[in-house]
Each structure stands twice: as structure tokens, then as C-alpha cells.
Design a binder for this molecule. Structure first.
Ligand code: F6P
Length: 357
């Protein structure tokens, strides 16, 4: 009997989503008789039964394409069971629509929020397989997520380009990078781009230490400096606050983001001219790198093998360079943050980068 496979992409997009969709589809078509149902715009599509029956042709030419052919949206996990003004019981609608679409299983491609939603649907009895995508690389249980390496390439190129202009103008340039609460992207791009100071959320920074390291560098004759700063960076003082207190403090902050505050403090202390660059969503845009195309294809094809074996309730992971299926209940709700003893931190320090601590 024809198997009906639903595919959904949810949360922030990233390069490699289409490559993974193609991986699932092509490997499934090759292994068993199936029909693929593309659910539109994330969980919103499952809630509102917005879908499209796909054909093999829909998966042609998408390997190199950025974004997601299915569209995406954010449906926060904490709101899933909440009945809002529209009076819709989202969880019930998703279960009903899964039945209505006659799905045998649902493949969810997403980050942390998506994994929580996928686990919720698993708990409700649906057959779910998740794939780990995010430029943040912060999904627990997998060494790497697809989208991450493409973002590292983009962020590194930004730092490279900033180098020449920083040098020409004798400036201190701060490059603020995405990553939410995790510093993976900043750490990798910072080391790859030779940033002089790398500030990540996992290592709260001391402004005095940042200033000290810049002062040392400029006193030794260097005419410019580059700081790679995570959007989620926090100071030592802020790290002592409770989540709610920090939110309040940040609301009071007069600067658009943490890099602007740092830039002002550096300028005030050292008199050096500072500038901030925020590449923002460019880090999620464009074609996936060859690394991500390969990774996403491997993960997608592995998911198809799991469908063939009816091995549900799991997320496809990379562990020590091998593909693995980790139970969704273990992954959902946990963040993979940069460990204090990460080799790239010690390597960065050995080659002269300051981590502001
Ligand atoms: O999770 C990916 C990510 O790009 C984070 O790095 C960033 O904090 C967030 O999404 C931005 O979200 P949005 O696209 O909704 O502004």
C-alpha cells in the first residue's frame, strides 16, 4: 500500500532545508511506494490543513536552493496548547488534519522549537521523525545541524571583508552574529576570520577585560581590531541576573543590541573609533555550502530509511561522524551550548584571541 509521508519545515529557515527535503523524497521514492505531502508554512499549515500533494518533479533542482520550498513560520511551543483569540485548539487540529491527510508519518525539519512541537505530536500518538536544522547548531544530541556550516562561511566572509576596511580606517569593528543563546556560529566564524576578541553567551564578558585586551593590542602597534560578538552575549554582571531581571535590564538598555553598547564602552575607554556591523538574516540566506548539501542529503536519506523501517519518534543525529536516531523525548527542550572546555576556545586563545574573560 502507498505510504503517505507529510513533510513540514518550521522555525527560522536556513540553507540546506531543500537539500534535506530532496534527500527524504528521493530516497523514499526509491525504496517504497509512497506519496509525499508538502505541508505549507510550518505547523501553521498542519493546523489549518494547508498542504500540497507533491510529485517527484517538485524535488528537482532544489538541492542548491536556499530557503524552503514549503515555506515556514514560527509557532512557539508554549502557545501550542493555548487557545488564543481565534478559538482554535491547535493540537486537536493538527491531529485531525494528520488523519484527514491520511498520513503514515510526519517528517519535521527544524530547530529547538520544532523539536519540542514534534515531541508533543509524538506524545499525542503521531508517527514523527525529526531532522536537525539551524544555523545556531544548538540542537542537543547531534554534533552538527545542517545550515550551520553555510552560516559559518557567510559570517567568516563578513569578518574577512571587515578586516580590510577596519585596517584602512584604524577602527575597532564589531561584527554581531546570530546564534540565539548559543555561541557556536560566533566561535567558529571568529576563529576562522581571525577575530581579536570573540564574545559568546556561554562566556560572560568583563568589559574591563575586553578593553584591556584591545588596549594591549593597540599599544603594541596594531592599528585596528575586530570583535566577533554573539547576539546573545551577556556581561558578567548580567549573568548573575535571573532570566526575568535580565529581560527587564535589556529593555532599559538604550542600545539596539549588545554590540552597540560594547562599541560605546570601548570608544569611551580607549577613544578608538568604533563601528558595528550586523549581517543579520544574510547568515540564513542563499545556497547551502557543499558541506551542508551533503549533510542534509545524508540526514534526509537516513530519515527515509527510518520511514521504511517504521522507526518513529526519533530525530536524525550525527554522533562521532556516524548517523544515529536519537529519541525525540531526549532531544526536546534541551540546548546544546558551547562547552567551557571546547577545543576551539583553547585554540582561539592559543592564537591570541581574547574571550573577554
Ligand atoms: O534560530 C535561528 C535564528 O536565526 C537565530 O540565530 C536568531 O536569533 C533567530 O533565528 C532570528 O529569528 P527571526 O528570523 O524570527 O528574526
Amino acid at each position: 500500500m502507498k505510504r503517505r509521508i507529510g513533510i513540514i519545515t518550521s522555525g527560522g529557515d536556513c540553507p540546506g532545508l531543500n537539500a534535506a527535503i530532496r534527500g527524504v523524497a528521493r530516497a523514499s521514492y526509491g525504496m517504497f511506494d509512497c506519496e509525499i505531502i508538502g505541508i505549507k508554512d510550518g505547523f501553521k499549515g498542519l493546523i489549518h490543513c494547508n498542504y500540497q500533494v507533491m510529485t517527484p518533479r517538485d524535488f528537482s533542482g532544489i538541492l542548491v536552493r536556499g530557503g524552503t520550498i514549503l515555506g515556514t513560520s514560527r509557532t512557539p511551543f508554549k502557545k501550542m496548547r493555548k487557545i488564543e483569540e481565534d478559538n482554535i485548539d491547535k493540537v486537536k487540529c493538527m491531529i485531525d488534519n494528520y488523519e484527514k491527510m491520511k498520513l503514515d508519518c510526519l517528517i519535521t525539519l527544524g530547530g529547538n522549537g520544532t523539536h519540542k512541537n514534534a515531541n508533543l505530536l509524538r506524545e499525542e500518538g503521531l508517527n514523527v521523525i525529526a531532522l536537525p536544522k539551524t544555523i545556531d547548531n544548538d540542537i542537543w544530541g547531534t554534533d552538527v545541524t545542517f545550515g550551520f556550516h553555510s552560516a559559518v562561511d557567510i559570517a567568516t566572509e563578513v569578518i574577512d571583508r571587515i578586516h580590510t576596511t577596519a585596517d584602512s580606517h584604524d577602527r575597532v569593528m564589531l561584527v554581531e552574529l546570530m546564534g540565539h543563546k548559543a555561541g557556536w556560529l560566533t566561535l567558529h566564524a571568529g576563529v576562522a576570520g581571525g577575530a581579536d576578541v570573540i564574545i559568546i553567551p556561554e562566556i560572560p564578558y568583563s568589559i574591563d577585560k575586553v578593553i584591556e585586551s584591545l588596549d594591549r593590542r593597540h599599544s603594541s602597534g596594531k592599528n585596528f581590531s575586530i570583535l566577533a560578538v554573539s547576539e546573545g552575549a551577556i556581561s558578567v554582571e548580567e549573568s548573575k541576573l535571573k532570566k526575568k531581571e535580565l529581560k527587564k535590564e535589556r529593555e532599559k538598555m538604550k542600545f539596539p543590541s549588545v554590540s552597540y553598547r560594547l562599541a560605546k564602552e570601548i570608544n569611551g575607554a580607549l577613544g578608538l573609533e568604533t563601528r558595528v556591523t550586523i549581517p543579520g538574516h544574510q547568515q540564513r540566506g542563499g545556497s547551502p555550502s557543499p558541506y551542508d548539501r551533503i549533510l542534509a542529503t545524508k540526514l534526509g536519506a537516513y530519515a527515509a530509511e527510518m520511514i521504511a523501517n517504521r522507526d518513529y519518534g526519533k530525530t536524525v543525529s550525527v554522533v562521532n561522524n556516524k548517523l544515529w536516531a536519537t529519541p525525540l523525548k531526549e532531544v526536546a527542550g534541551k540546548l546544546k551550548l558551547v562547552e567551557k572546555d571546547n577545543l576551539l576556545i583553547s585554540t582561539g586563545k592559543l592564537v591570541g584571541a581574547s574571550f573577554g574573560n
